[in-house]
Design a protein around this ligand. Sequence first.
Ligand SMILES: [Zn+2]
Length: 343
Amino acid sequence: MRVIFSPRHRLHATETVTIHGEAYAETPPRAERLLAAAQAAGLGPVTEPADHGLGPILAVHPADYVAFLRDGYPAGLPFRHAGPLVMADTFHTRHARRRPRHPWSQQGYYSFDIQAPLLAGTWEAAYWSAQCALTAADAVRAGAASAYALCRPPGHHALADQAGGFCYLNNAALAARHLQAGAAAARVAILDVDYHHGNGTQEIFYTDPSVLYVSLHGDPDEEYPFWWGGADEQGAGAGQGYNLNLPLPKGTDDARYLAALDRALAAIAAFQPAWLVLSLGLDIGAGDPSALGGGFAVTAAGFGQIGQRIAGLGRPTVIVQEGGYRLETLGENAAAVLRAFTG
Ligand SMILES: [Zn+2]
């Protein structure tokens, strides 16, 4: 299985970033662990992404938002923290009456939380992370059974025009639209197994019946991203019925997770997609530090089962790396899923 990886992820150098005094969880060693594990598992070749330019990115994200990501650092810097990052601390809310031009305000307009600061290299890293997803989509569109986009930063929390939750550009959405390019009627299913609901992906396709979004995740009544992820969110307009949320309680173990996954896979099989995009978050693993007060308890064996059942759909699959923050088990769990697609 081809692995698409860009060393430019390191330009999003978050190692020294803290939020509320806590170390930022989405750091460069994550991607390095994942790469090492993929190579140790015999996956490959590992290749750098092709540069598709901004065109495919602008098919999902509006130009003003993309310009903000590109130029927001250093434009907001003089008005913010003395440190090397730009972070919002005032937000466009449902009561806002105007859209000011001050760079400080732009941060709060184009992000929905404080978990997606802009660093000097954030734009370049996010750009190449997106190119990884697009290149993996190229490979699958050209006939590969699967390809793994080792994206960093991740993408599934990014809305069309708002960053948040460590995410800037929605890599899974970009892959889905890229798969459809030239074949707009083609159906794409996105299966999101990250511990957190992929609010960005859901919202991007919420009214679109050509893309089925299915997510298993921590119940938003007790877990980030809070404002999205309920079972009652089922799409709207023409997209009604094409959004399936399966929120699960804390402590969910292999058996409970796999039972919910079978429901998700049945819905995808009924949709009969031409392609599958798998938003592969590994933070459902036991002990992941991103879960608030303890999350799921999926084991390495559980990850192997998850991989086998998804691969069992038999759909050409673009695998897009999302979250997963427990460095000790990240690589092992990723390899357990990915190996299922090579068998
Ligand atoms: Zn997550």
